[in-house]
Design a protein around this ligand. Structure first.
Ligand SMILES: *Cc1c(COP(=O)(O)O)cnc(C)c1O
Length: 219
């Protein structure tokens, strides 16, 4: 099946309120263009340099999402164009994003990454760290960032009960903090679900799925 067919097949099955991020990391620009011509406008990348090279070459109505771990010293390379940063997991990173956004006269939308998996290697805040970041007084000063939701990755396992448990724990944190209204915090996006588990993620309340291999093939 072609990239265009894969996108159509996924899109018809997605509820209308769920946004599709086409995860194009490692894939050539020609593959992204094929997806673009099939109507896809949101792409996810996990390396800032690779994303920037693609941004330079592709149409400017694409929304670029940074879905990988972000090093503070590289934020400047994407600050002029990035639409959403999914993997924010510290105040320090948020402060750097704010600084670079201000330089570019923009407000950058961010998701806070929550650690829901069992694996040690996955980045993200635990429930306590999430609470203290969302309530931190320094947030008020960060006028060029907007925290618009949460993101999480489930454990890499065949055990769907465990994956479901992890997705439900993220959804419950999302519900808990949705009423929180600060000048730059409005939780409306819940980014969870990848090729192998997005149906389950949607059943658990996801509003944004990040799908790579089911669109572009194996990496
Ligand atoms: C690579 C990646 C995805 C997409 O994974 P697939 O299994 O190919 O759909 C989603 N989210 C993140 C954070 C990723 O790094």
């Amino acid at each position: 099946m072609s990239i265009a067919e894969n996108i159509q097949n996924i899109k018809v099955a997605l509820p209308p309120e769920v946004t599709l991020v086409a995860v194009s990391k490692t894939k050539p620009v020609s593959d992204l263009l094929e997806a673009y011509h099939a109507g896809q406008r949101i792409f996810g990348e996990n390396k800032i340099q690779e994303m920037t090279e693609k941004w330079e070459q592709l149409p400017k109505d694409i929304e670029w999402h940074m879905i990988g771990h972000v090093q503070s010293n590289k934020v400047k390379y994407m600050a002029s164009y990035v639409a959403l940063i999914h993997g924010v997991d510290s105040l320090k990173l948020l402060q750097e994003i704010n600084k670079q956004a201000a330089k570019n006269h923009r407000t950058i939308n961010c998701l806070l990454q929550v650690h829901i998996a069992e694996e040690e290697t996955k980045f993200g805040l635990d429930a306590e760290e999430l609470a203290s970041l969302l309530h931190h007084e320094a947030l008020e000063t960060l006028t060029n960032v907007h925290i618009v939701g949460l993101m999480g990755m489930a454990t890499f396992t065949e055990n769907t009960l465990q994956i479901e448990k992890e997705f439900r724990s993220l959804k419950s944190l999302f519900d808990q903090y949705q009423p929180l209204k600060r000048s730059n915090v409005t939780l409306q996006t819940l980014s969870m679900g990848m090729s192998g588990d997005y149906d389950l993620a949607i059943a658990c309340g996801s509003t944004m799925v990040r799908i790579g291999s089911s669109i572009f093939g194996k990496r």
